[in-house]
Design a protein around this ligand. Structure first.
Ligand code: KG4
Ligand code: ZN
Length: 336
């Protein structure tokens, strides 16, 4: 089956074509970062309006890149949540209507399931069962994946998501929005052991996270510092180190608890180089394996939407004619 995927959950408009036999045929994306940057965060109404303008041209671009016509599409997958309601409605309305007009089945995809399955698009995909560490702008989850669709959430953040912590801290440091990648780049110039930030909640049992205190910690350190470029880089280094180590400690704990040897890291923060190399090291030491999507498929994209939708459509799942999107959608309520 050849599936067209549409992603509009937040501030990226993306379209892709995935074919069950030939793999990923095309993927195109338009980022709204420049549109929202002056406001220091995503403005939901502007996001929806921009998705409306970009979706159809991107559908055409994805079809052209795959050398296909619309009538060669056999199924449609669109992100149905979680995300910004207005933004989701754009992709869902287009996807559902295209499916109706073409007479092909459609499926609303869970955005976090799509992130989690992104590493399965790579050449050396993980086998089930595996532990998933989902680290994005909206979510931080440790989830045991025993099969496609069988998700048990073991831990999540009690406040800010990791990406959110990166973005808010970057903002406090004057690095713009979204600042995750900029903060990581600045950390490269930082020196080790100049600052030591807390590793939140690691001394407590359990697998939940809390990242909002780190941002406050940075603000306090920043206020007490001279604020010169080297000190800023040293603070960025200590912040990234604290995040990476916290994620490592909790991932190890989850793997041990469940007796698993495979760890899948996905979501926007999965593009972070330090996190990737430290996780690789950790899994190597344990005699296990780490899996990541390529960096461009860590952040939002439609390749993962088309791929997740393909699997659900192949399992016989279909949407009705009504269009439904969800701003919140617990992942463990998904159909197996
Ligand atoms: O998965 P994603 O594109 O969107 C959501 O579903 O939330 O994740 C975006 C998040 C943002 O918070 C961004 O700052 C963060 O991922 N991010 C990074 C890096 N690249 C993106 N955080 C740390 N280091 C990076 N290299
Ligand atoms: Zn995402």
């Amino acid at each position: 089956m050849r599936v067209l995927g549409i992603e509009t959950s937040c501030d990226e408009t993306a379209v892709a074509v995935y074919d069950g036999e030939q793999g990923l045929l095309s993927h195109v994306l338009h980022s709204q970062i420049a549109l929202h940057a002056p406001y220091g965060g995503v403005v939901p109404e502007l996001a929806s309006r921009d998705h409306i303008q970009k979706t159809l041209p991107l559908v055409e671009a994805a079809l052209n890149a795959a050398d296909l016509s619309l009538h060669q599409i056999e199924g449609i997958a669109y992100t149905a949540g979680p995300g910004l309601i207005g933004a989701l409605m754009v992709g869902a309305s287009l996807g559902r209507s295209l499916g109706w007009a073409l007479g092909v089945p459609t499926i609303g995809v869970h955005h976090m399931e799509a992130h989690l399955l992104a590493p399965l698009l790579e050449t050396n995909p993980p086998e089930f069962p595996f532990m998933g560490l989902l680290v994005s702008g909206g979510h931080t989850l440790l989830v045991e994946v025993s099969a496609l669709g069988a998700y048990e959430i073991l831990g999540e953040t009690l406040d800010d998501a990791v990406g959110e912590a990166f973005d808010k801290t970057a903002k406090v440091m004057g690095l713009g929005y979204p600042g995750g990648a900029a903060l990581a780049a600045l950390a490269l110039k930082g020196q080790k052991d100049k600052f030591h930030f807390p590793r939140p909640m690691v001394d407590r049992p359990g697998l939940d996270f809390s990242f909002s205190g780190l941002k406050t910690h940075v603000r306090n350190v920043l206020n007490a510092s001279p604020g010169d470029p080297q000190t800023l880089a040293d603070i960025a280094f200590a912040f990234e180190e604290a995040i990476v180590e916290t994620l490592l400690i909790k991932s190890k704990r989850a793997l041990t608890e469940r007796g698993l040897q495979r760890l899948v890291v996905a979501g926007g923060v999965g593009a972070n180089k330090k996190l990737r190399s430290r996780i690789q090291e950790m899994m190597h030491e344990r005699g296990g394996q780490a899996f990541f999507p390529r960096p461009e498929f860590c952040t939002d994209n439609a390749a993962q939407t088309a791929f997740a939708g393909y699997h659900r459509l192949m399992a016989g799942q279909r949407d009705g004619l009504e269009i439904q999107v969800h701003s919140r959608w617990p992942m463990d309520t998904l159909k197996k």
